[in-house]
Ligand binder design. Structure first.
Ligand SMILES: NC(=O)c1ccc[n+]([C@@H]2O[C@H](COP(=O)([O-])OP(=O)(O)OC[C@H]3O[C@@H](n4cnc5c(N)ncnc54)[C@H](OP(=O)(O)O)[C@@H]3O)[C@@H](O)[C@H]2O)c1
Length: 269
């Protein structure tokens, strides 16, 4: 039997982008999938596209920044399927702006969505993941490990996801729960280069580019999803894509000045 067959997976942010591709890949691999996102029409469309293939899927309208919504998401999953084997925290967003000009409110907003919602969903799902000796996947970003220019509040809201994931990984290992942190670079998508038109209007052109001008090709989402699910199945600690970014992380730890130099060399200005 294939690894994901009949496992129960929740994907937050499962109605669009990477979350939707992860949800489709899991459903295709035989998992029973629960999609969580706010906009009910978009959620319904994503659910219908998966159900049409004959795969098992449920959509639960959820705002992951709300305690009550997340509690209801977990409860509905248990009522529907009786267990949880995998939680993927994928709901999140990036940002554009200069750090010095980014407001306290914007930092709060992104911390709420990118970090605190991850904590909230993990806490709610953990009793079930411990029971199933299951998997937790937190979608970070290269910006969870390195702070590129023009990314507004994004790096400061993603770095804590890396710290939290690392600590959880050690603490949950004895209970049989694996924790995977995924740190992708820019993901290929149809609206790349236009998503931040408004936020990047007064910034150099690079700011509106994927990854705020980082010189990397967009990662095909299906390839990223496959890599994440394989790493999750193998109970690995991290996925970094592209892998060469690890070199930058290591250099920056040893010499921040050399790290800055490398980062600026590999980003358009
Ligand atoms: N795109 C990239 O190049 C890239 C690169 C590195 C990392 N990432 C990370 O990968 C993840 C997915 O990014 P993406 O660009 O593929 O996403 P996306 O296309 O913008 O989709 C975001 C998803 O999250 C949901 N969402 C947003 N706020 C939510 C909330 N408060 N509660 C519940 N669901 C919410 C959205 O649905 P609703 O709006 O209907 O709620 C949607 O389903 C994010 O964590 C992002 O930081 C992306």
């Amino acid at each position: 039997m294939a690894y994901w067959t009949d496992k129960v997976a929740i994907v937050t942010g499962g109605s669009a982008g990477l979350g939707r591709v992860l949800a489709e890949s899991l459903a295709e691999a035989g998992a029973r999938v629960v999609l969580a996102a706010r906009n009910p029409e978009r959620l319904d469309r994503a659910v219908a596209a998966i159900a049409e293939q004959g795969w098992t899927v449920v959509g639960v309208p959820t705002d992951v920044t709300e305690d009550a919504d997340v509690a209801a998401l977990i409860e509905r999953t248990i009522v529907e399927f009786g267990r949880i084997d995998l939680l993927i925290n994928c709901a999140g967003c990036s940002d554009r702006g200069l750090a010095a000009e980014t407001s306290v409110e914007r930092f709060q907003e992104l911390l709420e969505l990118n970090f605190l919602a991850t904590v909230r969903c993990c806490r709610a799902a953990l009793p079930h993941l411990i029971r199933s000796r299951g998997h937790l996947v937190n979608i970070g970003s290269l910006a969870a490990k390195t702070a590129t220019r023009f990314l507004g509040a994004s790096p400061a809201s993603k770095f804590p996801v890396a710290a939290y994931s690392q600590q959880l990984r050690s603490e949950l290992k004895p209970q049989g729960v694996s924790v995977l942190l995924a740190c992708p670079g820019p993901i290929a998508r149809d609206d790349a280069g236009q998503r931040y038109d408004q936020q990047a209007a007064n910034l150099p052109d690079a700011a509106n580019q994927p990854g705020a001008g980082v010189k990397l090709k967009g990662i095909p989402p299906a390839r990223l999803a496959a890599t994440i699910l394989q790493a999750c199945q193998r109970r690995k600690a991290e996925v970094v894509m592209p892998g060469k970014a690890r070199l930058l992380f290591a250099v920056a730890q040893i010499s921040p000045a050399a790290g800055d130099w490398l980062l600026n060399r590999f980003t358009k200005s």
